[in-house]
Structure formats: C-alpha cells, structure tokens
Write a protein that binds this ligand. Structure first.
Ligand SMILES: Nc1ncnc2c1ncn2[C@@H]1O[C@H](COP(=O)(O)OP(=O)(O)OP(=O)(O)O)[C@@H](O)[C@H]1O
Ligand SMILES: Nc1ccn([C@@H]2O[C@H](COP(=O)(O)O)[C@@H](O)[C@H]2O)c(=O)n1
Length: 209
C-alpha cells in the first residue's frame, strides 16, 4: 500500500506517537452500497470499517450531550459539524489495534475534508467511489428496512441534495489529485465486489512485496 502516514508527523491532537495508519475514504451517494461492500473488504483484506454515520448514531444512543443535535441533523439529512465527527473517528482509530481503516461516509463536505486533514494530518491512500444512479439508490434505501429515521422519502430527497451539492465536490477534489477509484455500484452485490477486489488486490500485493 503506497503512502502510510507516520503519526509522529501529524497535526495537533493526532494519533499516539508512532501509530502509522493507512486510511481509505469510502464515498458515494446514500444507498450506493458503501456499507455492504465495506463488510466484504473487511472479510477479505483485513481492514477495520469505520462508518461515520454509525459512529454518530452510537453517539446519540450513548446519551452524549451532543445527542439531540446529532439526531436532529440526521433527521434533516444535514451534515454534523466536523469537530464532532472527527473526534469520534479519531477515538475509534486510536482505540483500535489495526492500522488499516476504511472510513465510510466521510468526508461529506469540504469542511469535513479540510478539518480532518488539519487535525489528523492523514491523507487518504485513495478514495473508493461507489457511483450509482439516484433512482437505484432511492429504491435500495426505501427497501433497506433497518428502522433508520432518515430512510423515508422526505429525508432521502434532502440527503440526495446534500450529496449533490456538498459531497460530490469532495470526490471531484480527490479526482483532480488522481486519488479516486470509481466503481459501477448499480450492478448486483457480487459483481460490484469483483470490481472492488481489482482495486484492492494489487495494493495488497504491494504491501506483501
Ligand atoms: N449492489 C447492490 N444491489 C442491490 N442492493 C444492494 C446493493 N448493495 C447494497 N444493497 C442494499 O441496498 C441497501 C443500502 O446499502 P448500504 O447500506 O450498503 O448503502 P450505503 O451506501 O452504506 O448507505 P448509507 O450511505 O445510507 O448508509 C441495503 O439494503 C443493501 O442490502
Ligand atoms: N461525515 C458525516 C457522515 C454522516 N453524517 C450524518 O449521518 C447521516 C447518515 O449517514 P450515513 O453515512 O450512515 O448514511 C447523514 O445523512 C448525516 O446526517 C454526517 O453528518 N457527517
């Protein structure tokens, strides 16, 4: 795997000294299949999956003082202030023994991206981008059935708007740096994973070499 960040050189409030981490950002629209494919990547390539949305939902459940604010933002499909999400991601990385992380659903906007880089000093190895048409994502979200408060048509439409206006520009930013690995996510799960494997397998061989 290419650049591995040495945390000793990272920004203020970063990882413990000498903890080297490799980070891959997993991005794509709501319902594009990020979580589903992260599960497959974890099983096959030894990464730890950190979903920003899951961390925020766990924070609500924990009774944190930020819980109500986070819950309201999620119900509206809005993006939670970066400092909150970054703190959760940092803590999850620090507490985990692994050194390879899939960060799913982050960065969601330019503020997320710039603040994460500033605070942690971490640059992603690459960005795995699940590209899926909106009508397919909508169909999947309406059928997900996991009791999520934001999987209703009103909030889904708001999430799509935020994705188009705030998240796609972040993907474009990384694309301009040659860091985006784009996957056709409209195909069945197994076919999508075949394309994902092709991205990870050469990187894994490089680590072994
Ligand atoms: N390739 C696929 N074909 C059909 N259904 C899929 C595919 N990938 C995932 N799904 C289903 O679509 C729904 C959304 O998938 P998933 O939760 O992985 O998306 P996500 O991108 O993580 O969503 P979110 O950003 O909202 O958390 C789930 O019910 C999942 O089982
Ligand atoms: N970087 C992020 C990620 C997520 N959120 C909020 O959580 C909602 C659900 O996210 P999923 O990735 O699980 O779909 C999302 O709509 C945001 O409200 C966030 O604020 N910042």
């Amino acid at each position: 795997m290419g650049t591995v960040v040495d945390s000793a050189n990272q920004g203020a409030g970063s990882m413990p000294p000498n903890k080297k981490v490799t980070v891959i950002f997993v991005l794509g629209g709501p319902g594009s299949g990020k979580g589903t494919q992260c599960t497959n990547i974890v099983e096959n390539f030894g990464y730890t999956h950190l979903s920003a949305g899951d961390l925020l939902r766990a924070e609500i459940k924990s009774g944190s003082e930020n819980g109500t604010m986070i819950s309201n933002m999620i119900k509206e499909g809005k993006i939670v202030p970066s400092e909150v999400t970054i703190k959760l991601l940092q803590r999850a990385i620090q507490e985990n023994g692994n050194d390879k992380f899939l960060i799913d659903g982050f960065p969601r906007n330019e503020e997320n991206r710039a603040a994460f880089e500033l605070v942690t000093g971490i640059e992603p190895e690459f960005v795995l981008f699940f590209d899926c048409p909106e009508e397919e994502m909508e169909r999947r979200l309406l059928g997900r059935n996991q009791g999520r408060e934001d999987d209703n048509i009103e909030t889904i439409r708001k999430r799509f708007k935020v994705y188009m206006e705030s998240s796609l520009p972040v993907i474009e930013y990384y694309n301009s740096k040659g860091k985006v690995r784009k996957i056709d996510a409209a195909k069945p799960v197994g076919e999508v994973f075949e394309a994902v494997k092709a991205v990870f397998a050469p990187a894994d061989e490089k680590v072994a070499a």
